[in-house]
Design a protein. Structure first.
Lengths: 295, 275, 275
């Protein structure tokens, strides 16, 4: 029997498709099903059909809405820091040319560090009184006493503090991805613009940024999704505290689903969360990539 | 120490009441080198485990239980809860006898503060006495006393112990035998690294052995009628995380009225279906 | 670049600052791990160890379950990597070499799986594994990790395979090689480097994964990150032992990655750059 190319592709895709269908698709189906039932963790697969009640409860709960707001804040905070620092580093590497190799090696280093270790390490460094960060700030004369900043205890700044390990770990990725993108910009284009008398600023705006647009879009979407889904790093640092001030949606879902055992309610929140991420990613994609001068 | 007696009118000894504890906490909160910074605090306020710590003061204040009574009726807004919560925050809000970064002080940090002699007294799990590290500057200076008594007497919350035999377990018979063995030979746990046992009889066996000076005070605390376990309800974790923790940490801002916070707690419990 | 001395100095300072800030946290972790355990939380903290001690490392010996967890992590990561490559290599070949709507749809679906927060599918996965009798088995956790590994691997492998000239295969086909034969004889050997890098990524994804491991394993097959996180349990954090465990847990990964550094950075960023 002779297979056409098309059916040969289907044969190649079949094992992976079956696997993803049963271990990603089917769990998603179960999640959606649970979101319409009153399911307890002690009796999975059972529970009464409650229609949209779990969704109504989620959308009217101030705890859920607050967590959603914090998720957005956390994502924007982590992403903008990573992007600004990463872009700066990428431009620096690009300007340094070959000499940046050692720097890039060091920069790639946090990429290898397990998130759980990063979370614990930063928690360790940020304990006030006895943490090294406040100690150094005190030695530098930036704060009067090592107990002046309560990084993980102050509700007003904790969301920033729990983003620090995330920024530390992933700025590298942003920097290296953008650097590769910069390297792919034909140097003739830049040279031609120089000859035409364009200033460095103009070259950056007119050539670098537009040509880098697709890379920027992908980096923003990938890192944005990862930041929004963050769980282990925050859990290990604060478990969402103090008083829920660092509780983003994934932590809230975990708490509701596992600690309180309200699987139905948590499933509805999770479904809404995924829908929200899908919409935002699609929007970012069309805004940045869709409008670009991509040929 | 004569200085204490001169100031407070009675000799210095391990505190037995809230009043004595407060006196000593104030006495030991001091700036030894005169640089305007406090070098040692009298005690700690563990705001990092606020969902648990203030409950203990509630029992000492004489409440018949924490949050819910024996029949699972709401008692979170009774007088003893208000008094207990007010007392819990007073070391931070009124007396300033505890390190001010209360939100970061959980059990681990509290332990560390004590062993680095940053705090003079700390209220802690009974077995910790045996865990004093030999290289701590105060290793030979640590003593243990029964939990402090409030107006209602000595009170504490014992940590429950349970061994679970899962419904799906393949060797239920063997597991039950193990649980029986652990019950019968419970005292063996006392010599294990953590020094924990589950039965009073086990502690009693070691109570007079040198090096186990913590056990008689522990037994005395356990025997007090105000030492009461937390209510056995399935959604306790949710109550602790969503209601007790926020009440504790809001109260520690020193800007909210404990009675109002507890009234809010009642509303939350009612929303969860309690009466 | 025609840079003056001042510019050069500024650049050098900038580079030095970045390096210090970047390396500092990890250097501090290593430094803490070789301090005596009680110095981990010394007040004030010290940058470098005052005394070198390997006690934090020898203390690990007291926790046999922690040692076992490293073995579990290796077994699970290897199972996950093998299984992932088995599924992903043919799929990526199908997507990369034959432009069909099915392949494109497949890539899109693989991308969308990235949107799924692990916490949301954790419980359904647990229910599935339970009905398959795979809870608390290496295979169960490895399969859960493969749900992350397979989409990742397909994306990486597809971009590696697109880089292989079509002529190579065509020559083979003319010589009478079947399409499947071309995959095994031409594509896999030529893409071996890319497959190796993909394998490293999948291995690391499994090695670092936290939530599925937490939900799907109880005592028997606990992975290393879970064991490390559990030092943050009960009532205290044993920072000393935790730093030594963290170093041991990340060191092999770091050494491994530095050896393959160029290829890994290329692989990691390629997905983004090629889109």
């Amino acid at each position: 029997m002779k297979l056409t190319d098309r059916s040969f592709v289907l044969v190649l895709l079949l094992p992976a498709t079956l696997f993803l269908a049963s271990f990603v698709g089917y769990p998603l189906f179960l999640l959606i099903r649970d979101s319409f039932h009153d399911v307890s963790i002690y009796a999975l697969g059972e529970g009464e059909f409650v229609g949209w009640a779990n969704y109504a409860k989620a959308l009217s709960s101030s705890r859920v809405l607050d967590s959603a707001g914090r998720t957005l804040n956390y994502t924007i905070l982590a992403l903008s820091a990573e992007f600004v620092l990463g872009f700066g580093a990428a431009l620096l590497f690009n300007a340094m040319g070959k000499r940046s190799e050692i720097l890039r090696t060091v920069f790639a280093f946090p990429l290898m560090i397990p998130p759980i270790v990063a979370g614990l390490l930063w928690r360790f460094m940020l304990i006030d009184n006895i943490g090294i960060v406040n100690h150094i700030l005190e030695q530098l004369g930036l704060i009067a006493d090592s107990s002046d900043i309560s990084w993980l205890g102050d509700r007003d700044i904790v969301l920033f503090s729990v983003a620090l390990p995330n920024i530390w770990l992933t700025t590298s990725f942003v920097a290296l991805a953008l650097y590769t993108g910069l390297q792919n910009i034909p140097s003739e284009l830049i040279e031609a613009a120089k000859i035409d008398g364009a200033s460095a600023m103009q070259r950056f705006h007119r050539i670098t940024v537009p040509l880098l647009r697709p890379v920027i879009a992908v980096v923003l979407i990938l890192r944005g999704i990862d930041a929004a889904r963050a769980f282990d790093m925050i859990w290990i640092q604060t478990e969402g505290g103090p008083r829920f001030a660092s509780e983003i949606l994934s932590i809230h879902i975990y708490r509701t689903m596992i600690r309180y055992g309200n699987v139905g309610e948590a499933s509805a929140i999770a479904a809404l969360f995924m829908l929200g991420m899908l919409l935002i990613s699609a929007m970012v994609f069309f805004l940045i990539w869709g409008r670009g001068t991509w040929q | 120490m004569a200085a204490f007696e001169a100031e407070y009118g009675y000799p210095l000894a391990p505190p037995t009441t809230w009043q004595e504890f407060d006196d000593m906490a104030q006495f030991f909160t001091r700036d030894d080198d005169g640089d305007g910074e406090i070098d040692m605090y009298g005690t700690d306020v563990k705001g990092g485990v606020a969902d648990f710590e203030w409950m203990i003061a509630v029992l000492q204040a004489g409440s018949p239980g924490v949050v819910l009574d024996a029949d699972h009726n709401i008692i979170i807004d009774n007088e003893a809860h208000v008094e207990g919560l007010s007392y819990y925050i007073s070391h931070h809000c009124d007396m300033d006898v505890a390190p001010p970064n209360v939100n970061e002080v959980d059990w681990g940090v509290a332990e560390n503060l004590f062993y680095q002699s940053q705090t003079a007294m700390f209220r802690f799990w009974g077995h910790a006495y045996r865990l004093t590290r030999g290289d701590s500057p105060i290793a030979d200076l640590v003593g243990a006393a029964p939990m402090v008594a409030g107006p209602g007497g000595i009170g504490a919350i014992p940590g429950p112990w349970f061994n679970i035999v899962p419904k799906t377990s393949e060797n239920k018979e063997l597991a039950l035998q193990l649980v029986q063995y652990l019950y019968d030979h419970n005292a063996m746990g006392i010599e294990a690294p953590l020094g924990l046992a589950a039965r009073k009889s086990a502690y009693a066996q070691y109570a007079d052995v040198a090096g186990f000076e913590n056990l008689n005070p522990l037994l005395e605390t356990l025997d007090s009628p105000q030492t009461i376990g937390r209510p056995a309800v399935a959604d306790w974790q949710q109550i602790a995380d969503e209601i007790l923790g926020p009440i504790g940490s809001d109260a520690l801002t020193c800007e909210q009225d404990p009675a109002e916070l507890l009234a809010w707690g009642r509303e939350q419990l009612e929303a969860m279906g309690y009466e | 670049m025609n840079s003056s001395f001042a510019q050069r100095t500024t650049l050098a300072l900038l580079v030095a600052t970045i390096l210090i800030i970047y390396v500092f946290p990890y250097a501090f972790l290593v430094s803490t791990s070789v301090k005596p355990p009680e110095d981990a939380l010394a007040i004030p903290p010290t940058l470098l160890p005052q005394r070198i001690s390997l006690e934090n490392y020898s203390n690990i010996g007291e926790f046999p379950s922690v040692q076992r967890s490293f073995g579990n992590s290796i077994i699970i990561a290897l199972l996950c990597t093998g299984w992932t490559l088995l599924l992903a290599v043919p799929a990526a070949y199908g997507v990369a070499r034959f432009a069909t709507w099915a392949g494109k749809l497949f890539l899109l679906v693989a991308l969308v799986t990235r949107l799924i927060p692990p916490v949301s599918v954790g419980i359904p996965l647990f229910a599935i594994m339970r009905s398959l009798g795979l809870t608390d088995t290496h295979v169960g956790v490895a399969l859960a990790h493969a749900t992350i590994g397979v989409p990742l691997a397909i994306w990486l492998l597809a971009s590696f395979m697109e880089g292989i000239p079509h002529e190579l295969e065509e020559a083979a086909r003319v010589d009478g090689c079947s399409r499947l034969g071309a995959l095994f004889r031409i594509i896999i050997p030529v893409a071996a480097g890319g497959i190796a890098v993909t394998a490293v990524f999948v291995f690391l994804a499994s090695w670092n994964e936290f939530l599925f491991s937490l939900l799907l394993s109880s005592t028997g097959i606990k992975t290393a990150p879970i064991a490390i996180a559990e030092f943050k349990s009960q009532y205290s954090i044993q920072w000393g032992t935790m730093t030594s465990l963290s170093v041991l847990y990340s060191l092999p990964v770091i050494i491994f990655s530095l050896v393959m550094q160029k290829r890994i950075v290329a692989g990691m960023t390629m997905g983004a750059v090629k889109g």
